[in-house]
Each structure stands twice: as structure tokens, then as C-alpha cells.
Design a protein. Sequence first.
Length: 174
Amino acid sequence: MTRRHAIALALPAALAAQKTAKRKTVKIAEFDESGKRTGVVEVERVEKSEAEWKAQLNAEQFYVTRKEGTERAFTGKYAKNHEDGIYRCIGCGTALFDSKTKFESGTGWPSYWEPIAKENVKENVDNTLGMQRVEVECIRCGGHLGHVFPDGPKPTGLRYCMNSASLNFVPRRR
């Protein structure tokens, strides 16, 4: 699959997601401590002022999640994490990725071939830096997570390239 083809496939979903961005509630899939899906619930979107986000997050987490920044490659604490567990949003705790879908991409950022639940992330068209990409953000709090690229492994062929600063790893409990 070419990059252009993959982006063309992702654009309709990203555009539809942008239309629903103003809703006060969202539906998310919930997961227990073992990583088992427990159901889909409708929850309030997490909306905070810039001052509230700055009080909750450290400087790098704020820059990445609220200002759509990117941490430097190979500096994030989860790039080489191989423990079994769930990666949750640093802003609101929503489950985003399962370690079972994490792979070594060689890029210096944690990479996954799919989110834990499609409804927990939102994909947006990103035309910054002179190129067209697909940004990934948390559906509940709108925190910037990273980007998705069409060069991942099977079964999806996708690489969700995320910033460690946007994630909180929770070890899986049996």
C-alpha cells in the first residue's frame, strides 16, 4: 500500500471525526486491569483550561499533548518498554494501546499496529510541516498522541507512532 493510498483511506474517517469534535460526551471502550474489554460507555469529554492542564502535566507532557509537540526520538520512557500492560492517556486515563500490539519500529518512539479500541482515539488530517499526515489524539480529552503511518507490520500495515509523554503505562494484572 502506498503512502498516498493509505492517507486517502484514512481521510474520510478523520474528516468525520472532526465533525463530531464539539460533542460534550463521547463513547469510549473501557478495559479492566487485566486488559479485558468491559464495555462501551458514554462519558463527559475532559475539558480544562490551559492553567489546569499545566498544573496536572509536566512541561514535556503539556507541550506534547496540549501544543501538539513531539518529544525527541529515543528519549521517551516507553520507546524500549517491553512489559505487559495497557498504555493509557496521560490526560484522562482512557485506555489507548495494548502492549500486545507494540512493536520495534526503529523510529525511536513507541509504535503499535492498532489502538486498543478504535473508538478511544480520533484521527485528524494534519497538514503541518509541508506534508499531509494523520494525527492521532485521545477522543476523551483531545490530547495529541502522535501520528499514524501506513508502514507498519501485519495484520494492519499501520504504525501508530506515539509520544511517551502522552502515555501512562499500567502493568497488566492477572
